[in-house]
Design a protein around this ligand. Structure first.
Ligand code: ADP
Length: 549
């Protein structure tokens, strides 16, 4: 801007200077010419007067004058001339000024030399005797004068240009200085040209609008950050060259990356990941499972379009390890259930088939019927346990929660198990005192029943079962100890798995389903309780459930 102002001022002043010079010279020269014409006329008047009064000697007196005087007769023949021999001069009847004078009484003409460096101004006047008096003077033309003045003119021009250069530069700087000193962030405090007020008001309004928009954008970004940072799913936004534009910390955590590198493909080199990313960047939605260490991830990538063109992709990484595990367990459970159901059903079907065929002795029929009954009972128990475990699996909230006294509950269970304990000659003791927990009575009952039932089933003839209920500040505990066969150390962690039995034939002989401890474990989880096992082969087992308060 400064240079533009400078250029404008400089060129304007130089042009003005040149124009003024030309005009001044023109005016001066015009005035000079008029002056010459006037002089010629007055001189002609004076000479005419002299000649008309019979003084022909004036030619001699004029010989030194800078004017040339010529006397011409009415035929154009030169009678006398102050500078040349009249007899040798051409006939002047064709000269414009002479023609005009003869016709109108006077005439003026200007003639230039061939080189245009000189011009001669003629003034002719018709005298009373019919002759024509012509006075002329030769002057330099304006070109000659300008050329003669060229050196001083150039000198003046150079000085003037330098001055204008200096002044233009100062003026332009002084003009621009207040504009440059405007604080665009706080234009309201600026002291500048009044003419700039509308512009400054516009800037103030625009500043407000921009500040509002920036705040809005910041809020949106903050909301976006809060949402993505609180997501347990990994989230990545990439451009069409797979460069990472945005990500959340869950993405880095899931992919075990410390920082998001430039290209998303540097985060993971598995084919599943690369396929998902490239498919999305090809414009198609992609969903793939990906194994990462011992975890299973579900990768979902959606292309992002703009005007029909893929400009990037959004990738979501979901940790589905638990879901995958549950799925696997469910599949295993279904397979196990089918197997467990098939065995008693096959027996029932076999016995029934034999009985249907007939011809079986009376006492065998009773044996067969007993077997069918036993297997049917086993099926009922199995199905009942499966239903219980499925209910606990679903974490159903259909149950009624209430305060349950574990001591009273244990008394009740022991009462119900009295007969089976007596059958095995196993004695029961209940120690401790009242301990109230908040829970679902039916589930708590099943848990205590299964523990006590196992303590009888896997006990030795004449053994003991001791149930102990304790109430503490932080937790209430219930433990069931027996003097039974014990559980090998290596298998203690597995006995809570569905259908897991240490000794399958003994479990079956005792009418076990392999689901009892699984129900206990699920019941404990349901009540946010913990279960622990202490066992020694041949000495016995102690199982303790700790209910947090
Ligand atoms: P089951 O119906 O076979 O008893 P559980 O889930 O209740 O199934 O128990 C799983 C396995 O754990 C049993 O088959 C048994 O081998 C072992 N077990 C459970 N309780 C005891 C115990 N008190 N003493 C010894 N072994 C036990």
């Amino acid at each position: 801007m400064t240079s533009r102002i400078f250029r404008s001022v400089f060129f304007t002043s130089v042009l003005t200077l040149l124009a003024s010079l030309v005009l001044v010279l023109g005016v001066l020269f015009g005035a000079f010419e008029n002056q010459i014409e006037k002089e010629l006329k007055s001189e002609a008047g004076y000479i005419a007067y002299t000649i008309e009064n019979g003084d022909m000697d004036f030619f001699n007196r004029f010989s030194d004058s800078d004017k040339r005087v010529t006397l011409i007769d009415s035929n154009g023949e030169v009678i006398a001339d102050t500078e040349a021999d009249a007899g040798k001069m051409d006939n002047h009847s064709d000269r414009e000024e002479v023609k005009e004078a003869l016709k109108d009484g006077s005439g003026t003409k200007v003639r230039y030399s061939k080189t245009l460096t000189e011009k001669t101004v003629y003034y002719a006047r018709k005298l009373s005797n019919g002759t024509v008096l012509r006075v002329s003077t030769t002057q330099y033309t304006i070109i000659t004068i300008v050329l003669g003045l060229l050196q001083p003119l150039i000198f003046v021009l150079v000085i003037a240009m330098a001055l204008s250069l200096f002044l233009s530069s100062r003026v332009s700087k002084r003009l621009v200085k207040p504009i440059n000193s405007i604080d665009l962030d706080n234009p309201e405090n600026c002291d500048t040209y009044d003419e700039l007020s509308p512009l400054l008001h516009k800037i103030i309004n625009q500043n407000r609008t921009i500040a509002g928009q920036i705040e809005k954008a910041r809020q949106v970004q903050e909301e976006f950050r809060l949402i993505t940072e609180n997501m347990s799913e990994g989230f990545l936004v990439i451009d069409k060259s797979a460069k990472i534009l945005s990500y959340n910390s869950a993405a880095l955590k899931l992919l075990d990356a410390e920082k998001a590198e430039d290209n998303v493909l540097t985060l993971n080199r598995t084919s599943g990941f690369i396929d998902t990313v490239t498919t999305a960047l090809d414009g198609r939605r992609a969903e793939n499972a990906m194994l990462h260490g011992d975890r299973t991830y579900n990768l979902i990538a959606n292309p992002v379009f703009n005007s029909g063109e893929v400009i990037g992709a959004v990738i979501v990484i979901i940790d589905v390890t638990e879901t995958a595990k549950r799925e696997a367990m469910r599949r295993e459970f279904t397979a196990n259930v089918s197997h467990e159901l098939k065995t008693p059903l096959t027996s029932i079907s076999g016995f029934a088939e034999l009985m249907k065929a007939g011809g079986i002795p009376e006492e065998t029929v009773v044996d067969f019927s007993t077997s069918i009954y036993t297997e049917a009972q086993r099926l009922i128990t199995l199905v009942t346990d499966i239903i219980k475990i499925s209910e606990l699996d679903e974490k159903s909230d259909r149950h009624d929660w209430e305060k349950v006294n574990l001591y009273e509950l244990s008394q009740d269970v022991i009462k119900r198990l009295k007969i089976s304990a007596e059958k095995k000659n196993v004695s029961f003791t209940l120690n401790g005192g009242d301990a109230e927990v908040y829970g679902v009575r039916q589930i708590l009952d099943e848990m205590v029943y299964n523990l006590c039932d196992n303590a009888i089933k896997y006990n030795r003839e004449g053994g003991r079962v001791s149930v102990s209920v304790k109430d503490g500040d932080k937790e209430a505990t219930l433990s069931v100890s027996d003097t039974g066969i014990g559980i090998p150390q290596t298998q203690q962690s597995r006995i809570f798995e569905r259908f897991y039995r240490v000794d399958k034939s003994r479990s079956k002989a005792e009418g076990g389903t392999g689901l009892g401890l699984s129900i206990v474990k699920h019941g404990a989880i349901y009540h946010n309780a913990e279960i622990s096992v202490e066992s020694e082969i041949g000495k016995g087992t102690k199982m303790t459930i700790s209910f947090k308060k």
